[in-house]
Every structure is written in C-alpha cells, then in structure tokens.
Write a protein that binds this ligand. Structure first.
Ligand SMILES: *[C@@H]1O[C@H](CO)[C@@H](O)[C@H](O)[C@H]1NC(C)=O
Ligand SMILES: *[C@@H]1O[C@H](CO)[C@@H](O)[C@H](O)[C@H]1NC(C)=O
Ligand SMILES: *[C@@H]1O[C@H](CO)[C@@H](O)[C@H](O)[C@H]1NC(C)=O
Ligand SMILES: *[C@@H]1O[C@H](CO)[C@@H](O)[C@H](O)[C@H]1NC(C)=O
Ligand SMILES: *[C@@H]1O[C@H](CO)[C@@H](O)[C@H](O)[C@H]1NC(C)=O
Length: 356
C-alpha cells in the first residue's frame, strides 16, 4: 500500500473529522497529563518552572542562541522551517533612549503586547516537544515598543519625532539588528528547506476577543464574494501566503479554503479548538464594526518576509486577544491549543509529507 496517497480536497474534508477527533482525544490526554503537575494559573510561572527543564531533557539538537546589538535582539537558530518572531514583547526601557511619538499616525496607541514573549516561548517549547526535539527559529526583540517599533518601517519605527535627526541612534541599531536576524532566518530556512513559515506574534485588546490571523488582506477585501476571492489573482498575489497558494494550486484547494475553511486553514483549526478566530469558518471576515489588524491585514514584517513579493517563505500575523495573555484564561490549555493550531498548520503545509 502506498504510504502517501493523493487525496482530493472533497475526500480530505470527509477524512478530517476522524483525524480531528482522534487528535482531540490525544490532546486531551496530553492536557490531563500536563495539568496534573503544572501550575496553570500563571503563564510566566509556567514558563519559569517548566520550560527550561523540558528543553534540557528533550532537545537533541544544538540550538545556537545569539544576541544582537546591546542584547536587544535574541536569535535562536532552529531545526524546523518555522520562524516565530516577537516584535512587541520586550521588557527593556533604557532611560537614555527617547520615547517614540506617533508623528506618522494620529490614532495609533503605543503599547507593548503584554506577555507575547512569554507566550511565544512556551508555544515554541510545546512545538519542540511535538516535533521530536526540533526547535523552531525565534527572533525576539527585547526593547519595549516605546523605544523601538520593529514592526514599522525603519524611519517610523526608530525616529522619536518628525524632526529628529536621522543620525545613528541605539533604536536604529536595535531595529537593524532585529531585521538582520529575521532576514537571515528567512533566507536560511528557504535555502535549507525550500519553503517555510514566519509567525509574527502579536497581541490585541479588541473587544470582540477573536484571535486575528493576518495574511496582508484588509477587512474590506476579505469581505468580497467567495468567487472573487477565489478567482482574482492579484488578491492571491498580494497575500503573505502567496507561495503556499501556488504550491497547493494543483490540488484544487481554493484560496478561501486556505484562509478560512474548517479543516484546511489555521483560523479553521483554532475555531474548531473552541477559540473564535477571524478569518475562519465561523467568521469569514471582520464585519463592518469589528476591529481587525491595524495595518490592512498585516504590518511591516509580514509584508517584508512573507511571499507577496515572491520567495518561498510565507508569513502570518497572529494577534492574540488580551484575555488569553493576561488573567484566568491565559492557561496552559490555551498554550497547548495554540501550539496545536500552529503545529497542525505547519505540519500540513510545510513539514508533513502528505502528497496533495
Ligand atoms: C553540539 O555541539 C557540541 C559542541 O559544539 C558538540 O560536541 C556536539 O556533538 C553537538 N551535538 C549535536 C547533536 O550536534
Ligand atoms: C549581553 O549578555 C551577555 C550574556 O548574558 C553578557 O555577558 C554581556 O555583557 C551583555 N552585553 C551587553 C552589551 O549588555
Ligand atoms: C482584482 O482585485 C484587485 C485588487 O483588489 C482589483 O484592483 C481588480 O480590479 C480586480 N480584478 C478583477 C478582474 O476583478
Ligand atoms: C500572480 O502570480 C502568478 C504566479 O506568480 C502569475 O502567474 C500571475 O500572472 C500573477 N497575477 C497578477 C494579476 O499579477
Ligand atoms: C455599526 O455601528 C454603527 C454606529 O455605532 C451603527 O449605526 C451600525 O448599525 C453598526 N452596523 C452593524 C452592521 O452592526
């Protein structure tokens, strides 16, 4: 019997509930196993108590950890074509660095995405366990967003005021350092694996409390009719998963399936795990009064490192609601589910060996 069979999308759809059901049972077992000896109330506690130990026991690969200018950027070289970037979870606020103002935009509030660094690290550990000790790549900015915004173009992200001189500043060196690491990771992943995925890890405080998934497609575009979304190639080409779309083209997976079908998209998977996600089968697009990613479906990093301009590395901006980052619902169960969602998407399209 052939090990990997060609499955047409219809069949795949029928097949998936079984697989999904099974994985739910397995996940539940894992959750029960873990919860018996893990403090689930505090994410930070969790990461302090467990991650280092797990990493020590399970990682069989040599992960190189490197720091950039003034240790403001941390870079972990992984063993999987998955790169997790954390631009807004930094804790360092040097007094001698001027605060950025919002000279380029009136309505933009400059807040850190609280606990995204901690959450991303724990998700990365969970993924490492799932992928047999292989680590994901990580690029972490340690400076607070008030000092540098690495998800903005160079000038906006580093110039404190509109008339600040553009002479070399620490913010600029930190910005360059972060993007050198990220560029390096993307190029290396493409060279080593021939494809790859960047997850740009963010947090939001929108009242809908959906997980927001950004593919560089603004809300009004996501709201276009299905037929338009599936046939207009300038839409596909402007998305940060353009490369994935064309890789899947022959398997007749439609563009809308890739971004919001229950068994084929990241949003669909997270929605099935019980977390309201947009886009997904439950929320095809943000409705007129719902908040969705500030920058038209994704910021500077997904624009720069995703495949909209070509290349074989895709990018997704993932926005985690506040309630899953702070407080009672920021639990180990959420970490496991989020890692399951990301791991499933990654395995299906970037790592798994299913022949579509
Ligand atoms: C990891 O690196 C150390 C020192 O460079 C080396 O001795 C060891 O063999 C490496 N382990 C693996 C699994 O590559
Ligand atoms: C960066 O971190 C390393 C190791 O933690 C430390 O030895 C070094 O002094 C730090 N460098 C700066 C500029 O803070
Ligand atoms: C396809 O979408 C683009 C971008 O939204 C739009 O400018 C263009 O007119 C559309 N083309 C067709 C044939 O609908
Ligand atoms: C979109 O990209 C594909 C593949 O790269 C190309 O064949 C097609 O002409 C592009 N369409 C537009 C409208 O740019
Ligand atoms: C959106 O909000 C406006 C102003 O609050 C309201 O008038 C409108 O009915 C809302 N639209 C929908 C579709 O909810």
């Amino acid at each position: 019997m052939p090990r990997y069979v060609r499955i047409d999308p219809e069949e795949f759809t029928l097949l998936q509930p079984k697989v999904f059901f099974l994985s739910i049972i397995v996940m539940t077992m894992i959750v029960l196993l873990f919860q018996s000896n893990i403090d689930k109330d505090s994410l930070i506690e969790f990461s302090k108590n467990n991650v280092v130990e797990n990493s020590f026991c399970l990682s069989s690969f040599n992960v190189t950890k490197t720091f950039g200018f003034h240790n403001y950027t941390e870079y972990l070289r992984g063993e999987l074509p998955l790169i997790i970037a954390v631009p807004h979870g930094g804790h360092i606020l040097p007094k001698d660095l001027p605060d950025l103002t919002n000279w380029y935009s009136e309505d933009y509030i400059r807040f850190n995405d609280v606990n995204t660094q901690e959450l991303a690290r724990v998700v990365a550990q969970q993924l490492m366990i799932e992928f047999g000790g292989r680590e994901v790549y990580m690029v972490i900015n340690h400076l607070n967003q008030r000092k540098v915004d690495v998800n903005r173009p160079y000038e906006q992200g580093t110039k404190p005021n509109i008339d600040s001189p553009m002479e070399s500043s620490e913010s600029q060196l930190a910005w360059k350092s972060y993007h050198e690491f990220l560029r390096n990771a993307v190029d290396e992943v493409e060279a080593r694996f021939g494809r790859g995925l960047v997850i740009d890890f963010h947090g939001h405080a929108h009242q809908e409390e959906y997980i927001e998934v950004g593919y560089l497609l603004p809300a009004d575009l996501l709201a276009l009719p299905v037929h338009t979304l599936n046939t207009n190639s300038s839409i596909h080409n402007s998305s940060s998963i353009r490369s994935l779309y064309y890789r899947m083209f022959d398997s007749q997976i439609t563009f809308t399936s890739l971004i919001r079908a229950d068994v084929l998209s990241l949003g669909g998977r997270l929605q099935m795990l019980g977390y309201h996600t947009v886009p997904s089968q439950a929320h095809h697009y943000p409705t007129i009064n719902e908040s969705y990613l500030h920058d038209g479906g994704g910021g500077y990093s997904v624009r720069t490192y995703g495949s909209s301009d070509g290349g074989k590395v895709d990018a997704v901006q993932l926005e985690i609601p506040k309630k899953f980052r702070i407080g009672m619902e920021a639990s180990h169960r959420f970490v496991v589910d989020l890692a399951d969602g990301i791991g499933w998407f990654f395995k299906t399209y970037y790592w798994g060996r299913i022949e579509w």
